[in-house]
Design a protein around this ligand. Structure first.
Ligand SMILES: NC(=O)c1ccc[n+]([C@@H]2O[C@H](COP(=O)([O-])OP(=O)(O)OC[C@H]3O[C@@H](n4cnc5c(N)ncnc54)[C@H](O)[C@@H]3O)[C@@H](O)[C@H]2O)c1
Length: 270
């Protein structure tokens, strides 16, 4: 038996229309899993699902606001009606916003507290709410895998990035908490883990890390100097770790946080 086989697993991906979520969706569909893309805009989720289907995968898209429990419950019911089960939830949706980050000439006392709250809400409750809604299905099934997208910022202090780092740290803590809760009360078939992507150039951080001519900014260079592999990650380099956590190959792994970061979190900088 191939313990990495994920054929016909029903995999729900929040933020599946984004850079990292879209890349992993295509990869898992290529291994013949059934993909459900969740995003805020109906047209965007449908376009993404169509793109995957055109490449011979199976995907459908539903629009939902992951911060609204009722909206996620409605989508869960539609998924169950169509597919009859939910094997994996991947919480990719998340991100940062300028007001929750301190500009170079600012200090913590200049932070925009409303933006700090918004970022916390998205990165913490944006994982907590889908985990509860879909986790309940997994508890009834007595099987399932939840995979959360954290960040190296949760554990290592990244200067200026206050709100996002605090929220991802809380989300990692919840990952471990939920792993214990579900295994203890609903058995060894349910697993909850996180991956911590290092630095991948995406829509949210492109201008922070690269100049228009493609060279690195000062901050981009600092990151490279602290990454033993001396480069940024490529979105598809997260796919293997996620596939592993979807599959039976990771059957005895729960409450783990796996870095995919070119060695960034292992390095002291010296
Ligand atoms: N790109 C990186 O270098 C990097 C590094 C570490 C961690 N991450 C994490 O990986 C994840 C994906 O990052 P990305 O670079 O692909 O970002 P992205 O902006 O391309 O994608 C984020 C997705 O989240 C969705 N989303 C946001 N708010 C939502 C809401 N309320 N309801 C439903 N969907 C919502 C967006 O529509 C989008 O599809 C995020 O959690 C991010 O924090 C990214």
């Amino acid at each position: 038996m191939n313990q990495f086989n994920i054929k016909d697993k029903v995999i729900v991906i929040t933020g599946g229309t984004g850079v990292l979520g879209g890349t992993v969706a295509e990869s898992l569909a290529g291994s013949r899993a059934k993909i459900i893309i969740l995003g805020r805009d109906q047209q965007t989720v449908e376009n993404k699902a169509l793109e995957i289907t055109k490449n011979n995968g199976l995907a459908v898209g539903f629009s939902t606001n992951i911060l609204d429990k009722k909206s996620v419950e409605n989508v869960r019911d539609l998924i169950l009606k169509q597919f009859g089960k939910i094997d994996v939830l991947i919480n990719v949706a998340g991100g940062n916003m300028p007001g929750a980050t301190i500009a170079e000439d600012q200090t913590i006392f200049d932070i925009n507290i409303e933006d700090f709250k918004t970022v916390t809400e998205l990165n913490l409750n944006g994982t907590v709410i889908p985990s509860i809604v879909f986790g309940e299905v997994m508890a009834k099934q007595k099987q399932g895998s939840i995979i959360n997208y954290s960040s190296v910022a949760a554990d290592r202090i990244i200067t200026r990035v206050a709100g996002y780092s605090a929220a991802k740290a809380a989300m990692e803590n919840f990952t471990k908490w939920l792993a214990v809760e579900l295994a203890t009360k609903f058995g060894d078939g349910i697993r909850v883990n996180a991956i911590t992507p290092g630095f991948f150039i995406g829509n949210q951080n492109r201008s922070l890390l690269t100049n228009e001519d493609g060279t690195y900014t000062k901050r981009g260079e600092t990151i490279i100097n602290n990454t033993p592999m001396k480069r940024f990650g490529k979105a598809e380099e997260l796919n293997g770790a996620v596939h592993f956590l979807c599959s039976d190959a990771s059957k005895f792994i729960t409450g783990a946080v796996i870095p995919v970061d070119g060695g960034f979190s292992a390095f002291s900088g010296v």
